[in-house]
Ligand binder design. Structure first.
Ligand SMILES: NC(=O)c1ccc[n+]([C@@H]2O[C@H](COP(=O)([O-])OP(=O)(O)OC[C@H]3O[C@@H](n4cnc5c(N)ncnc54)[C@H](O)[C@@H]3O)[C@@H](O)[C@H]2O)c1
Length: 267
């Protein structure tokens, strides 16, 4: 109920999916949250829908394109003006176009550049702008959304995987370079999560195949990631920095042949 009382939070890409779940849970834990999203109407609607009564938390919505440095600067300024500072920055926007981000020989180079900018450069820019405020206040927590795609190779989406891997390493560098000034930086790596994007873009048989490969017999919900973000935003995680928290139903914990072994053992 009050794990984040008084915390001032900025979340990019928070009008939908995991980011919205994180914003909802954080407000319920007493945080003030700036929902920054490309889609202004959706950001404002999400902020209006999130109920802070009872927790003392609140949400405000704002249009921001994380690819635009001036817009990101305006986002940080708005949080500082509206909340009086920033304790938590959640760099959540990311992704790639699966029709252009293919295997290396078929990779569209413009999509490579766009994907690195959307996932990694945007995280650098927002962190550069938020850090001085956090350091002046004595500390803060930066949380970067990555993916299991940044931990291993895969058949497609090599730009996405490389960009998320860059953010995983960037997370360690931020933790290293500003830890003495009270800054913690951690990443959250979801496996497949049942968001509108997954439901609308990934065929049901592919989702079933991911579930078959997970150790747990389920596909996660946005809140499964949102709760980890609440933890990383809170002082409960005060001794954790530079880490990547993997929430993937056990997918990457297993031997790569575990799923086929299960089939063989069932025979
Ligand atoms: N959903 C999954 O299965 C999954 C798995 C692993 C990692 N992730 C990561 O989670 C993040 C987003 O996932 P989600 O499921 O919450 O997605 P989502 O599609 O539900 O929401 C993404 C939000 O980001 C906003 N957005 C897109 N481009 C933007 C930009 N340039 N500037 C500002 N806002 C922008 C969209 O308007 C949307 O509201 C990404 O970093 C993605 O790589 C998701």
């Amino acid at each position: 109920m009050n794990r984040l009382s008084g915390k001032k939070v900025v979340i990019t890409g928070a009008a939908s999916g995991i980011g919205r779940a994180a914003a909802t849970l954080m407000v319920a834990e007493g945080a003030q949250v700036l929902i920054a999203d490309l889609d202004q109407d959706a950001a404002e609607k999400a902020a209006a829908d999130i109920d802070g009564s009872g927790s003392g938390g609140r949400a405000i919505g704002m249009a921001v394109d994380v690819m635009n440095e001036e817009a990101v600067a305006a986002m940080i300024d708005r949080a500082v003006t509206e909340f009086g500072g920033i304790d938590v920055l959640l760099n959540h926007v990311g992704g790639s176009n699966p029709r252009k981000d293919l295997d290396l020989l078929r990779l569209d180079l413009d999509e490579w550049d766009r994907t690195l900018a959307l996932n990694a450069r945007s995280t650098v820019v927002a962190s550069q702008l938020a850090l001085p405020h956090m350091i002046a206040a004595g500390g803060g927590s930066i949380i970067n959304t990555v993916s299991v795609g940044g931990l291993t190779g895969d058949t497609l989406q090599c730009a996405y995987g490389a960009a998320k891997a860059a953010v995983i390493r960037l997370t360690q560098y931020i933790a290293t370079q500003y830890g003495k000034q009270g800054i913690r930086c951690n990443a959250v790596a979801p496996g497949a999560i049942m968001t509108p994007a997954l439901r609308d873009n990934v065929p049901a048989d592919v989702i079933a195949d991911i579930r078959r490969h997970n150790a747990l017999d389920m596909i996660g919900d946005p809140e499964d990631i949102g709760w980890a973000m609440v933890y990383l935003a809170s002082d409960e995680s005060r001794y954790m920095s530079g880490q990547t928290l993997v929430l993937d139903g056990g997918l990457t914990a297993q031997s790569p042949i575990a799923a086929s072994r299960r089939v063989l053992l069932d025979r």
